[in-house]
Write a protein of this length. Structure first.
Length: 301
């Protein structure tokens, strides 16, 4: 197959890696497996253009490395096309890569993907914006906003900033009131946070990624905790991978969700695949089954 490899040297763990050396190694590995390979290394501001060129080019597979935003941007470009996305796990938690069964070591990921096969998986959309993992308002969005105010230059620095932001969010959690329309059924919630995911998070998973990337549903997760001690129990349950067994979270499955904010005097932002974004008073979210072709490693055994 023909591979176009795009490495965002300003994204994820590539910021602290010898990108040119990694690119040369990836080329050797893929060519050794019989593929034709072109490699492009870009700074963050050049990513969208590089993705657009790749989407219009001759390559059958577009392999991307960078943070969560890089993967999300690539999925948006490649959804509903005949191109396949190959995800390199160069982010902090690599949730979409985990869902696809991709090894977390970068060199191992290149080799596994080079020997993999193309499959169709789901993406979701918030209005017209494609996402591969999660749309969130409240707790998660506030944590990201506070974290982004701090400076960090490494994965460890980002984790430290996340811990500090998490503590601040825990002691001053957001409060929002919203109407949710879930597959036509409407109800009102008062909550600290809502997360809407591309497929359901795996029960027992210590990190919040989808058990099936082709399950065909949105997961709707509503925090029920209002007191601080209940919020602590909610968060502790998440750390243990307890979603359905967590009394402080309400879970729904849907193909379409409409979120309407009811507190018109307050402004909220949202997070989409870990990136902050403006939030309209009303947002429509849908699952897009099989809309994205991806390269996945061959099953073990």
């Amino acid at each position: 197959m023909r591979f176009q490899v795009i490495l965002n040297r300003d994204g994820g763990t590539l910021r602290t890696r010898d990108v040119e050396r990694f690119a040369a190694g990836a080329r050797r590995t893929l060519e050794g497996l019989g593929h034709a390979v072109s490699v492009t290394t870009v700074a963050g501001e050049g990513l969208e253009k590089a993705l657009a060129v790749a989407a219009a080019g001759p390559a059958e597979v577009v392999m991307v490395g960078g943070g969560d935003g890089t993967v999300s941007a690539a999925a948006a470009q490649l959804a509903h096309t005949d191109k396949a996305l190959a995800v390199l796990p160069a982010g902090t938690m690599n949730l979409f890569a985990r869902s696809l069964g991709i090894p977390l070591d970068l060199d191992a990921a290149v080799a596994a993907l080079g020997a993999g096969a193309i499959e169709a998986v789901d993406v979701a959309a918030a209005d017209d914006r494609i996402f591969v993992h999660q749309f969130s308002v409240g707790l998660h969005a506030k944590l990201i906003r506070l974290r982004e105010k701090k400076s960090f230059g490494s994965r460890l620095g980002k984790m430290r900033a996340s811990v500090a932001a998490g503590l601040s969010t825990f002691f001053r959690p957001p409060r929002l009131e919203a109407e949710l329309v879930v597959d036509g059924g409407a109800f009102t919630v008062r909550t600290a946070g809502i997360g809407i995911t591309n497929n359901l998070i795996g029960e027992g998973y210590r990190l919040p990624y989808a058990a099936r990337p082709d399950g065909g549903v949105l997961g709707v997760y509503i925090t029920q905790a209002r007191r601080r001690r209940d919020l602590a129990r909610f968060l502790f349950g998440i750390l243990l991978g307890r979603w359905r067994r967590n009394e402080h979270v309400d879970i729904h499955e849907a193909r379409q969700v409409t979120l309407r904010l009811l507190a018109h005097h307050r402004r909220f932002g949202c997070a989409i695949d870990g990136e902050l974004a403006p939030l309209a008073r009303e947002t429509r979210l849908v699952i897009l089954p099989g809309a994205l072709k991806v390269l996945r490693p061959a099953p073990a055994g």
